[in-house]
Design a protein around this ligand. Structure first.
Ligand SMILES: Cc1ncc(COP(=O)(O)O)c(C=O)c1O
Length: 456
């Protein structure tokens, strides 16, 4: 290994040189995506339907031709192992047969009517079984489910503030775009047009810091603590032993509603981290995965929270109460969720997905060891991630301090040019029930080759 002063072990000069080569290869292999992107610029802001899509590592985004199972094919006909899986929206795999069949049946029976269906009660009961909470409501996105949970918490506690982990992500929820500057809460970099300064709405605590949490909740002004039980959006940050138990004890002691957002951490098992550890949050949010690609999310609550919201909020005003959505709980989404939970993201599916993620983790760790890279790997069930730091991060700020956007871009582009899609944010890979060992090995081989070049 060449000695390097850079904390990642790789000199920026070297990254730049390799990046130029990979960008040229990408451009040469994707003339159709390039021209589709140029054309899209005439009607879409920056040529993409949603701003995140400019974050892909190439000079322009790949345009999708089709996706099926664990694979995607771009407009130029190249086929990819998809470890991004729509940033978890397609964790069930692309177009699982059971979901397609259920959706097709429902398309002919009524898409949206503002009437409940039997499927909704089935899905509610299944979520109750998995997460141990008895009362459920549905939305179209995890963002909305989080927003509504925070509103409910404020309503039933009569308290004004919410608390979150530093560098959390819970969707486009205003209160959550806050970080610490020393002891001060400030808006997170990039926060677009905040309605209210998050310093006025939010307390921020580092992940894995129970003392900081205790202090943040001590004055009794915090209605809710909204957390991912393990951080997954800044990079995977796992809880230290006893952390989640401590969070429960502290929130209970201060009368703060504890909300687990399992939208990504469902990768830990059929009941997410909550189910696996037998934790007892007051409320729980899950989105993205549960419709097998059809928009649907859910929030659940304890019987006590349900009673308190019934007592606090007269439901005859519900349509103007700030909680709702015309298509929320619509028939098509409930049919899709019943099929995805009942037939695709089952206990048996996790028995395949988790060992595959362990295989991915081993492959990456072996490459790191072989090339003596000062990097590490973490895994949460069916999801794994590598970090440009020798030991896994302890909290979000630790991960941010070791991020390297150019190195990340190079590695994403490197594997993309060799047939593997990674989520465009940090270095995370997710397994679906139909991902195979060969799919995992395609990444391992490309990653190995990248490190052999970087650390030659
Ligand atoms: C933990 C978590 N919660 C909520 C969301 C928001 O999901 P959506 O964009 O589908 O509303 C995300 C999205 O990445 C997430 O990771």
């Amino acid at each position: 290994m060449t000695a390097s002063a850079s904390p990642t072990g790789v000199e920026p000069r070297r990254i730049k040189k390799l990046l130029d080569i990979e960008l040229a290869t990408f451009a040469e292999r994707h003339p159709k995506s390039r021209s589709l992107h140029e054309h899209a610029r005439s009607s879409l802001l920056d040529g993409v339907p949603m701003n995140w899509m400019v974050k892909w590592a190439g000079p322009f985004p790949l345009f999708l031709e089709s996706a099926s199972g664990a694979h995607a094919t771009c407009a130029d006909g190249h086929e990819y192992v998809d470890l991004c899986l729509g940033d978890t929206g397609a964790m069930a795999g692309h177009g699982p047969a059971a979901v397609r069949a259920a959706v097709e049946r429902q398309l002919a029976r009524g898409i949206t009517t503002m009437l409940p269906t039997e499927d909704a009660a089935w899905v509610g009961a299944e979520l109750a079984r998995r997460f141990g909470l008895p009362a459920w409501q549905f939305t179209l996105s995890a963002t909305d489910a989080n927003r509504f949970s925070l509103r409910i918490a404020r309503e039933i506690t009569g308290r004004p503030l919410v608390a979150v982990h530093e560098y959390c992500y819970h969707g486009s929820v205003d209160e959550t775009f806050a970080v610490l500057d020393g002891d001060r809460v400030v808006a997170r970099q990039g926060n677009v047009g905040p309605a209210v300064d998050p310093a006025e709405t939010t307390r921020v605590v580092p992940y894995n810091d129970l003392d900081a949490l205790d202090r943040a909740l001590a004055d009794g002004r915090v209605a809710a603590l909204l957390i991912e039980p393990a951080l997954t959006n800044v990079g995977i940050v796992l809880p230290l032993p006893g952390y989640l138990e401590g969070v429960r004890e502290i929130t209970r002691r201060h009368g703060t509603i504890l909300i687990h957002d399992e939208t990504h951490t469902i990768c830990a098992g059929p009941g997410g981290v909550t189910g696996a550890g037998g934790y007892e949050p007051d409320m729980l949010v899950i989105g993205k995965t549960i419709g097998g690609g059809i928009p649907v999310a859910a929030y659940g609550m304890t019987a006590q929270v349900a009673d308190r919201i019934r007592a606090a909020a007269p439901w005859e005003d519900a349509d103007v109460g700030g909680i709702g959505g015309t298509l929320a709980g619509y028939a098509l989404s409930m049919a899709a969720a019943r099929a995805a939970l009942g037939e695709v993201l089952t206990e048996a599916a996790f028995e395949t997905m988790v060992p595959l993620a362990a295989r991915w983790e081993r492959g990456v760790q072996d490459a790191i060891d072989r090339h003596a890279a000062p990097w590490s790997v973490t895994r949460l069930g069916a999801r794994a991630e590598y970090h440009f730091m020798p030991a896994p991060p302890r909290d979000g700020a630790d991960q941010i301090a070791h991020a390297d956007a150019e190195l990340e871009r190079l590695l994403h582009l490197w594997v993309m040019n060799r047939g593997v899609l990674m989520t465009p944010f940090h270095n995370m890979a997710l397994m679906s029930p139909v991902t195979t060992a060969a799919d995992v090995d395609r990444h391992t081989s490309a990653f190995n080759e990248a490190l052999a070049t970087l650390f030659a």
